[in-house]
Design a protein around this ligand. Sequence first.
Ligand SMILES: NC(=O)c1ccc[n+]([C@@H]2O[C@H](COP(=O)([O-])OP(=O)(O)OC[C@H]3O[C@@H](n4cnc5c(N)ncnc54)[C@H](OP(=O)(O)O)[C@@H]3O)[C@@H](O)[C@H]2O)c1
Length: 266
Amino acid sequence: MEYVTLNDGFRMPVFGLGTWDLRGPACIEAIVQAVNTGYRLIDTAQLYRNEKEVGQGIRKSGISRDELFITSKVISPDKTYDAVIKAVDRSLEDLGLEYIDLYLLHEPYDTAQEMYAALKKAQQEGKVRSIGISNFHKEKYSGFVKECGIVPAVNQVESHVYFMQKDLQEQMHAHGTVMQGWAPFTEGRRKIFDEPLMKRIGEKYHKTSAQIALRSLLDNGICTIAKSSKPERLRENIDIFDFRLTEEELKEIAELDEHRSLFGWY
Ligand SMILES: NC(=O)c1ccc[n+]([C@@H]2O[C@H](COP(=O)([O-])OP(=O)(O)OC[C@H]3O[C@@H](n4cnc5c(N)ncnc54)[C@H](OP(=O)(O)O)[C@@H]3O)[C@@H](O)[C@H]2O)c1
């Protein structure tokens, strides 16, 4: 696994497991499989309603806590300072953890600064290590960062070959915020696995289109999280640390960028 150092000094794996839509025993098993396959970052959220299963999976895997990096997120209606304080405690209890590595505001809510103040308090108290935001586009990010006091360690946003958001990444890099992309496979909205360019580049490295899609993000300095519930795909997706794409290949892949969201979030 490769790591990036965040603006608060903590290290985050550049790649991890997403858990959107994973619930019940399938979620627990996916966590166990992922950890045993080498995954060290697990992304959950209160929205996903699976923090309990994520916690169970972590314990079942037998890995020591300090080897893992766990992310969670708070979502509306917990939009006040007090509600976010309680939300963090709820996540800790559901996950069964003493601290969470990274805690994010799930979206740019109108009370984002007030909510973020509660994350700063949780950070001071050692309940969370790093704090950040999610789904803040360029304008929202620049307004937020002027007043937030502690620069978000991470902004987790949509990022894949069709909408990489390199301009947002550059803007955030200047302030010290790491970009972490979600939906690297477009959550199935595009036939990314059949993309001829990804297949052609994959042939050269004996890699699949999925692996090229993930590598193209990492080689652009973008961290990413991918979801799978299937052991063979979990293995495939993490098998991306023995090659790098060339500048020429990254330029070709950049031609796929349509510079607009596939999800309409921005
Ligand atoms: N902050 C936010 O607002 C936000 C929004 C969306 C997502 N996220 C996070 O980002 C994570 C990743 O995004 P996502 O889950 O939406 O979408 P994704 O990772 O782009 O795609 C997941 C889909 O791809 C399939 N898949 C995975 N690996 C594959 C492979 N090697 N070959 C073929 N198919 C493959 C999975 O199916 P199988 O499970 O059947 O393998 C699943 O249907 C989420 O799980 C969540 O943690 C955050």
